[in-house]
Design a protein around this ligand. Structure first.
Ligand code: HEC
Ligand code: HEC
Length: 233
């Protein structure tokens, strides 16, 4: 059972009653959300989730068809009592609140993710999740599609700009702030060992060989032992 049309109508109504500049929720922004941007940001979820049809459960459940789908209903995944009791369907509004601050939306959830604070980033993420479905919802309104304009400058927090910063940001901020990364200065070899430690001891999914190279190139160039970008107060 999908609640697509109801939610989209609701979202549209909300969007019209609120000034976009004051948007606090992703549901107001679904009409202009960019799934391609959501796909890039999904790297931070990949540490724990797959999204393709029939993909395996990892630390978290497979997310195919999650938008409008039932809460805590993926076969073979052991959910927390908190999420099971939350019940019902993942409407855009509920998903929005969960992705903003999982532990606030569902106290007791086991999803150890710090959340996405920007409503536009959440809208992009929900649009990407929605595209991974047998029955995607349609979202109307919202005016200009951001996909047709220049991509907005993305925010990579304390990480210095450079080739691969997006991969590092999305791969490493799934579980902790990027501050923990920028406060280090290491050789490539030691960064490589640090990555192994994230994978073997901290539950990070093994990055693809390409991503590992991109991550190590970036960290070696910008966060080497001379700490060229060590944050100063
Ligand atoms: C550190 C691991 C981790 C990260 C990172 C993470 N999740 Fe989760 N996620 C989980 C776990 C574990 C659960 C199950 C929670 C529970 O049972 O309380 C979950 C549950 C969910 C659910 C509910 C699934 C269902 O079947 O009802 C959604 C939706 C979700 N995650 C989306 C995301 C998205 C989108 C991201 C990235 C922005 C993300 N998660 C990042 C671990 C993670
Ligand atoms: C699946 C979760 C997860 C992911 C993804 C992850 N880490 Fe970590 N990381 C941890 C945990 C847990 C700790 C230890 C607890 C803490 O200090 O927050 C940690 C600690 C660290 C530390 C501090 C180590 C120390 O000596 O104090 C660094 C540096 C670090 N991570 C780098 C990275 C980098 C770089 C990436 C991305 C390539 C990354 N992490 C991705 C879970 C993760």
């Amino acid at each position: 059972m999908r609640l697509g049309s109801i939610c989209a109508t609701l979202s549209l109504a909300m969007g019209l009653s609120t000034a976009p500049a004051l948007a606090q929720s992703a549901s107001e922004l679904m009409g202009s959300a960019d799934p391609a941007k959501g796909e890039r940001a999904f790297r931070q979820c990949k540490a724990c989730h797959t999204v393709e049809s029939g993909g395996p459960n990892r630390v978290g459940p497979n997310l195919y068809g999650i938008v409008g789908g039932s809460v805590a209903a993926v076969d073979g995944f052991k959910y927390s009592p908190a999420l099971s009791e939350f019940g019902g369907e993942w409407s855009v509004e509920r998903l929005d609140a969960f992705l903003e601050d999982p532990r606030k939306a569902v106290p007791g959830t086991r999803m150890g993710f710090r959340g996405i604070s920007d409503p536009a980033d959440r809208a992009d993420m929900i649009a990407y999740l929605n595209s991974n479905s047998d029955a995607p919802m349609t979202f109307e309104g919202g005016g200009e599609s951001s996909a047709s304009t220049e991509p907005a400058e993305e925010d990579f927090g304390a990480l210095v700009p450079g080739e691969g910063v997006d991969v590092v940001y999305y791969s490493c901020t799934a579980c902790h702030s990027e501050m923990i990364v920028v406060q280090q200065g290491k050789t490539r070899h030691d960064w490589d060992k640090m990555l192994d430690w994230m994978v073997e001891e901290q539950g990070m999914s093994e990055p693809s060989a390409d991503d590992r190279t991109v991550i190590l190139d970036y960290l070696e160039a910008h966060y080497n032992t001379d700490r060229p970008n060590f944050p100063k107060n």
